[in-house]
Design a protein around this ligand. Structure first.
Ligand SMILES: [Zn+2]
Ligand SMILES: [Zn+2]
Ligand SMILES: [Zn+2]
Ligand SMILES: [Zn+2]
Length: 1074
C-alpha cells in the first residue's frame, strides 16, 4: 500500500511531460519518450518507432526524425549483418527517470541496471536520481504545494525513522528509495525557482530532514542506497548554499551546521573508500577468474584451430567476394576474373617452383605415389560405440541428402529442362544397423504426420529425416568405406608399384582396346563372352600379353563386400531415382530404365555433378584445392567417390550405354568434343566401362588409380585441350588485352612467349598447322574473307583468271603464346574437378606446393595428376597425343561448325565451353523504387487488362510472375499450383528463390515447402522492411544478396527451409499455392 501510494505521488509530481500540464510542446513530449526508451538500451530505427506509444503516432515521420537526431547519435552498423542503432547523447542521461510511467517492471529494472553501471564506470555516485522537472502551467502551479505540505513531510520523516529503527518491521528499501526520489524532486523544484511560493527549504529544516539524511548515510542497513542518500544530501546543500544569504541572517544553528559539515562528510567518504577497496578486491578476483577462462579458451582454440580458421575464411570470402563476382564478365572469351589476375604474379616464381616440382608426388601414372594410411576410427553417433572402417566390421553409413539441381546449369540456354542430381552429406558416421532403427522410427513419425495432414505418401517420395547428431536435412545414406587402395593387394602401403614401362600396356594400346570394345558391345549378338578382355585384346591386334593388361587395369579378385553395402547403394540409387522422377517423370524411363531397373549411370552422373558444383562453389569462394575444406565437403566427396568405385564393380551392367560412350569418345560417332562435359564423361568412363570385360563373380576392376585409370584421364584431358584450342578466339584475346592497356593497366607480359620461342621449330609448326586447320573462329574469318575476295574476283575476272586465291590464317609465335595461355586458363575447372576426384580415389594427398592463398596452378595440378605440364609435348607428331587430338578435332560436327556459323544455315552445334559460366542470381536494381517501377507495366499473362496484383520475381532467371493469385494457377502433375511453384519446378529443379516485389519479401520454395528469409533490400538504418510498412527508401545490400546467392550456390535452400520451419514451429502453410 505504501509503495503504491508513494509511486502515485511520484507519478503525480513527476509525470508532467504533457502540453497543457507543463510548459512544453508535443516534440518535447516525444523527446522525453525517446530519452526514456534509449535509457533501457540502444534501439534500431524500426524498433524505436515501434516502441513509441501510439499516442505519439500523430507525429509525422519527419518530426520523429528531427527529434531523434537532437537526442541521439546513430551508430552505423558494425558488421554488415548488424543493424545500425541509436545511442542516447551522454548529457541526456541526466533526464532519466527511473519511475517513468510508461516503463514496465522489466524496463525499469533494465534501465536502472544500465544507469548504475554507466555511472559506476564514470566514477559517479551509483544511483538513479530524479530528473529536473519542467515548469508547470499556471493552471497546475499549485501542485508544487504537495511537496511542502505537512502530510508529505510527515510521510518522509516517518519512512526515514523506520529505516533508522532497526526493530521496525515495516521498513522497506523501496520505500526509502521512493522517498529519496520525492525529496529530490522537491529540492530540485526549489532550486528551479519556478514557484515563488515554494519554501521547501524552510519546511525541511523544520522537519530536520538533513539530519535524518546524514543518519541514513551511515546506516548499514541502507548500504545499497548510500550513494542516493549522498546525492540527496549534496543537492540539499546546493539548495542550502543558494539560500545562504538568507540563512546567514537567520538562526546561527544552521550556520553551525554548515561549518560542522566537513567531518561527517569525510566519514561518509571513508565509508566510500572502504567500499571502493572492497570493490577493488572483488574486481581482482574476477580478473583472475577471467584470465583462467581466457587461457582455457585459447587452448581450446588452438586445439581446434582449423575450425576457427575455416570459419574466418568463409566470412572473409563472403565479404570480399561480394563485389567481384557480381558483374564479372562471364562470356566465353574473357575469363580474366579478379582472382585469376593474381595468377600472373604467381607465375613469376614459377622458376623456383619448377625445381620443387620434380619431387612432388603424383596420384596417377607411372610415377604414382603411395597412399598414406589414415586413421579411420569413429564413434557411432547413435550407440556411441567405437567403430572403424574395415571389410570385416559392421557396415557404416553417413546420412546424405539428394536433390535435383540446376544450379550450375542455369546459364547456357541449351541446358533447358536438364537437371543434375546433387548429394550433400554431413559426414557423421553411424552403424547401418543403428541407423535403420533410427530411420524406421522417423519414417513412422513422418507417416503419422502425413496422415494428420491428410496427405498420401506419393510414390516417388524420399522420407526426410535429420542427422541424429547435427540435424542436417537428409533423405538417404551413403556407405562409409575404407580407402580403395586398401582393397588392392598390390596397392597396400609399403609395396612399391612396378615402374618399368614394359609391365604396362601403353596409351595407344588403351585407345585401340577401347575402340574395339565399343564395336563388340554394340554388336547385336547377346553373347557377352565377345567383349571379355582376352577376346577384345585379340581382336584389337594389341601386341602384349594378358598379364600386361591385367597389371595395367589392376585386375583383382572381387572384394568380399557386405551384402548390406550393396543394399545401401541400391537404396541410394533408388533415392536418386525417386528424386529424379518427381522432377522429370520422363527422364528416368527415357534413359531406357524401365521403372524398377537400376541405372548405374545415374549414380556416376550424380558424382560428377556434385564435384563440379563443389568446384564452382569453391572457386566462387576463392578457395584453392589445398585449403582445408569444411568436413561436410571433404567427407561427402570421399564417401561418394569411394561408394561409386565400389558400386562399379558389381553394379548392373549396361553394355549399350557403355558402347555409346566409347563410340562417342573413341570412334567419332555421336557428339563432338565441343558438346562434351569432359569431366562428366571421365567419371562415366572410369566407372562404367572396364568391368564389362570380366566374367561376373570372379575378378573385378576397382577404379583406384591404375594405369588405365590414368589413360582415361589423359584422354579426357586431351579432349579438353582440343576443345580449348578449337574455341580459342585470337581477336577476342587481343581485344581484351588492348582494352586493358587502354584502361591504363600495365601491359601484361605474354607469359608463354618465352616458352613458345624455345620450342623446337617442328613443334611450333605442328601447333600452327593444328590451329589453322581446326580453330573455329579463325576459320570462320577465313571463310568470310575468302568469300569477299571471290566476289571481288568475280568482278575483275578478266584481269586475273589464273589463280585460286586462298586466305592464309595469320599465326605468329605470339598468337601461339596467347593460345597456350588461354588453354591453360580454360583447363581450370576440369583439372580442379579431376584433382578432387582422384584424391578421393587414390588417397594421395595434395602436395604442399599447392597454393593455399592463391589460385590453383596449371602446372602443379598437371604434376599431381601425372600429366605433362609441358604443352609442346601434346603437339609432337611422334607421340600418340597428337593423334588422339587430331581424332577429336576432325569430328564432322567441328568441321561443319565454322561453315555453319559463317554462312548462317542449319543449327550450329551447341558448344559447351570448357569453363562453365559462373552461376549468378539476377542482378537487382540498386534502388528499390526502380524495381517497383520496372514491374508497373507488366500484366498478368492470363488477364491482360489488369495490372499484376502480386508481381513476384524469380531471382534465378529474372522472370516476373503472378504470385499467389487466382488468375494464375497452372497444373503440375495433376495438381493445380501457384505460378511460383510451377516456375520453380522447371527453372530451379524444384527449388526457387522469389522476391515478392510489392511487399519486399524473399521466399525460398522447395518441394511444397517454403520459408521467408531476409530480403536483400535495406534502409539507411541497415534494416529490412518486410511488407513495406515503414516506407523508408530501400537500397540493395550486396552482402545480403550475396548471402542468398551463396546459399543457393551451396545447395542449401532445402536445408534452410527445413531449419526455419523447424525453429519457427509455424502452422503448415499452403506453400504450393505460392
Ligand atoms: Zn551404432
Ligand atoms: Zn550430421
Ligand atoms: Zn526462374
Ligand atoms: Zn495472374
Amino acid at each position: 500500500m505504501i509503495d503504491e501510494f508513494l509511486e502515485l505521488l511520484i507519478v503525480i509530481i513527476g509525470e508532467r511531460w504533457m502540453p497543457g500540464v507543463s510548459l512544453m510542446t508535443e516534440e518535447d513530449r516525444l523527446r522525453k519518450e525517446i530519452i526514456q526508451l534509449l535509457c533501457i538500451k540502444s534501439y534500431s530505427h524500426s524498433e524505436l518507432s515501434r516502441a513509441l506509444p501510439d499516442t505519439t503516432g500523430g507525429n509525422s515521420d519527419s518530426v520523429f526524425e528531427d527529434v531523434i537526431n537532437t537526442v541521439a547519435t546513430f551508430k552505423k552498423p558494425v558488421g554488415a549483418d548488424r543493424k545500425g542503432v541509436y545511442v542516447l547523447k551522454e548529457s541526456l542521461f541526466e533526464e532519466f527517470n527511473v519511475y517513468f510511467y510508461h516503463y514496465t517492471k522489466e524496463d525499469k529494472s533494465k534501465a536502472e541496471e544500465l544507469q548504475r553501471e554507466r555511472r559506476k564506470a564514470k566514477k559517479e555516485l551509483v544511483c538513479c536520481p530524479p530528473p529536473m522537472l519542467p515548469q508547470l502551467t499556471p493552471a497546475f502551479t499549485s501542485m508544487a504545494n504537495i511537496l511542502q505540505c505537512n502530510v508529505f513531510l510527515s510521510i518522509c520523516t516517518l519512512t526515514m525513522d523506520r529505516a533508522l529503527d532497526i526493530r521496525s518491521r515495516s521498513f522497506s528499501e523501496s520505500h526509502v528509495q521512493k522517498i529519496l526520489h520525492l525529496l529530490g524532486f522537491a529540492i530540485q523544484e526549489e532550486l528551479s525557482e519556478h514557484y515563488p511560493f515554494l519554501s521547501f527549504y524552510e519546511r525541511a529544516q523544520q522537519f530536520g530532514i538533513l539530519d535524518k539524511l546524514d543518519e541514513l548515510a551511515r546506516c548499514p542497513r541502507l548500504e545499497a542506497h548510500r550513494d542516493f542518500v549522498l546525492w540527496t544530501i549534496k543537492r540539499y546543500k546546493d539548495m542550502q548554499a543558494k539560500q545562504a544569504p538568507a540563512a546567514a541572517a537567520g538562526p546561527s544553528g544552521s550556520q553551525k551546521k554548515t561549518a560542522g559539515e566537513e567531518p561527517p562528510l569525510t566519514s561518509e567518504e571513508q565509508a566510500r573508500q572502504e567500499k571502493e577497496t572492497r570493490a577493488k578486491l572483488a574486481a581482482e578476483r574476477r580478473a583472475k577468474i577471467m584470465a583462467q577462462m581466457k587461457s582455457a579458451q585459447k587452448s581450446f582454440m588452438k586445439s581446434n584451430a582449423e575450425m576457427f580458421a575455416n570459419s574466418d575464411l568463409e566470412q572473409d570470402s563472403i565479404s570480399t567476394g561480394a563485389s567481384s563476382s557480381r558483374g564479372a564478365a562471364s562470356s566465353m572469351g574473357s575469363t580474366a576474373m579478379d582472382w585469376e589476375d593474381i595468377s600472373d604474379e604467381s607465375l613469376e616464381d614459377q622458376g623456383a617452383a619448377a625445381l620443387v616440382i620434380k619431387q612432388n608426388p603424383a596420384c596417377l601414372g607411372p610415377n604414382r605415389a603411395h597412399y598414406q594410411a589414415q586413421e579411420n576410427s569413429f564413434k557411432c553417433i547413435l550407440c556411441f560405440e567405437n567403430c572403424s572402417i574395415n571389410p570385416d566390421g559392421p557396415p557404416l553409413v553417413s546420412s546424405a541428402f539428394v536433390q535435383t539441381s540446376r544450379v550450375i546449369l542455369t546459364t547456357p540456354s541449351h541446358y533447358k529442362g536438364k537437371c543434375g542430381m546433387h548429394v550433400s552429406c554431413c559426414g557423421h558416421v553411424m552403424h547401418y544397423k543403428c541407423w535403420q532403427e533410427y530411420y524406421s522410427n522417423e519414417e513412422s513419425k513422418e507417416q503419422r504426420r502425413l496422415h494428420r495432414n491428410r496427405l498420401a505418401l506419393s510414390q516417388g517420395h524420399n522420407v526426410e529425416f535429420h542427422c541424429p547428431y547435427c540435424r542436417a536435412l537428409s533423405n538417404t545414406v551413403l556407405p562409409v568405406s575404407e580407402p580403395l587402395v586398401g582393397l588392392i593387394p598390390g596397392g597396400l602401403p609399403g609395396v612399391p608399384p612396378a615402374v618399368s614401362s614394359e609391365s604396362y600396356l601403353p596409351l595407344d594400346c588403351f585407345v585401340e582396346i577401347m575402340r574395339t570394345l565399343a564395336g563388340e558391345l554394340s554388336a547385336p549378338a547377346g553373347d557377352n563372352t565377345m567383349w571379355q578382355y582376352p577376346s577384345v585384346l585379340r581382336r584389337s591386334n594389341v601386341i602384349g600379353d594378358l598379364a600386361q593388361f591385367e597389371r595395367s587395369v589392376q585386375l583383382i579378385a572381387k572384394p568380399q563386400l557386405h551384402a548390406t553395402c550393396m543394399e545401401v547403394m541400391t537404396s541410394f540409387n533408388k533415392a536418386l531415382q525417386n528424386a529424379m522422377i518427381s522432377q522429370q517423370p520422363n527422364a528416368v524411363t527415357e534413359g531406357g530404365v524401365g521403372g524398377e531397373a537400376e541405372n548405374p549411370y545415374l549414380v556416376f552422373d550424380t558424382c560428377s555433378y556434385t564435384l563440379e558444383s563443389l568446384e564452382i562453389y569453391m572457386y566462387t569462394m576463392r578457395k584453392p584445392l589445398k585449403v582445408e575444406m569444411p568436413m561436410r565437403h571433404q567427407t561427402c566427396t570421399t564417401n561418394l567417390v569411394r561408394a561409386c568405385a565400389l558400386y562399379s564393380s558389381w553394379a548392373p551392367q549396361r553394355p549399350e550405354l557403355a558402347s555409346k560412350l566409347l563410340d562417342t569418345i573413341f570412334n567419332q560417332k555421336g557428339t563432338s568434343v565441343l558438346e562434351w562435359d569432359c569431366f562428366r564423361m571421365l567419371v562415366q568412363l572410369s566407372f562404367g566401362v572396364l568391368n564389362l570385360m570380366v566374367r561376373e563373380n570372379e575378378h573385378t576392376f576397382l577404379p583406384s588409380g591404375s594405369m588405365f585409370d590414368f589413360y582415361m584421364m589423359q584422354t579426357m584431358f586431351l579432349a579438353n585441350v582440343t576443345k580449348a584450342v578449337i574455341c580459342f578466339d585470337v581477336e577476342k584475346q587481343l581485344d581484351s588485352r588492348r582494352a586493358k592497356e587502354e584502361a591504363g593497366m600495365a601491359p601484361t607480359e605474354l607469359s608463354q612467349l618465352a616458352y613458345v620461342e624455345q620450342l623446337p621449330s617442328k613443334i611450333q609448326e605442328n601447333m600452327v598447322a593444328f590451329y589453322r586447320r581446326y580453330n573455329v573462329p579463325s576459320r570462320m574469318r577465313q571463310l568470310v574473307q575468302q568469300k569477299e575476295s571471290e566476289e571481288k574476283h568475280d568482278q575483275s575476272q578478266s584481269q586475273s583468271q589464273n589463280q585460286e586465291q586462298t586466305v592464309v590464317i595469320p599465326c605468329e609465335l605470339q598468337h601461339l603464346a596467347l593460345m597456350l595461355e588461354y588453354v591453360q586458363c580454360q583447363m581450370r575447372a576440369f583439372l580442379r574437378c579431376a584433382c578432387l576426384f582422384y584424391r578421393c580415389l587414390t588417397d594421395v594427398e595434395f602436395p604442399d606446393t599447392f597454393p593455399t592463398e592463391q589460385p590453383d596452378r596449371f602446372d602443379l595440378m598437371c604434376q599431381y595428376l601425372g600429366l605433362d605440364a609441358d604443352m609442346g609435348v601434346y603437339f609432337d607428331m611422334e607421340t600418340v597425343y597428337a593423334t588422339v587430338m587430331h581424332n577429336f578435332a576432325s569430328h564432322p560436327h567441328i568441321l561443319r561448325q565454322a561453315e555453319q556459323c559463317s554462312l548462317r544455315y542449319g543449327d550450329p552445334v551447341e558448344v559447351l565451353p570448357c569453363l562453365r559460366p559462373l552461376p549468378e542470381l539476377k542482378p537487382l536494381f540498386e534502388d528499390y523504387s526502380d524495381l517497383i517501377n520496372s514491374v508497373s507495366d507488366i500484366f498478368c499473362p492470363n488477364n491482360e487488362r489488369e495490372e499484376m496484383k502480386t508481381p513476384t520475381m524469380c531471382l534465378i532467371c529474372g522472370k516476373v510472375l503472378c504470385g499467389q493469385s487466382y488468375c494464375c494457377q497452372p497444373e503440375l502433375g495433376k495438381m493445380s499450383v501457384g505460378a511460383c511453384t510451377h516456375h520453380a519446378h522447371s527453372c530451379g529443379a524444384e527449388v526457387g528463390i522469389f522476391l515478392r516485389i510489392r511487399d519486399c519479401q524473399v521466399v525460398y520454395l522447395g518441394r511444397g515447402k517454403g520459408c521467408y528469409v531476409q530480403p536483400p533490400y535495406l534502409d539507411e538504418y541497415g534494416e529490412t522492411d518486410q511488407g513495406l510498412r515503414r516506407g523508408n527508401p530501400l537500397r540493395l545490400s550486396q552482402y545480403a544478396y550475396r548471402r542468398i546467392f551463396m546459399q543457393w550456390l551451396g545447395h542449401k535452400l532445402h536445408e534452410e527451409i527445413a531449419r526455419l520451419n523447424d525453429n519457427a514451429n509455424v502452422a503448415v502453410r499452403q506453400w504450393h499455392h505460392m
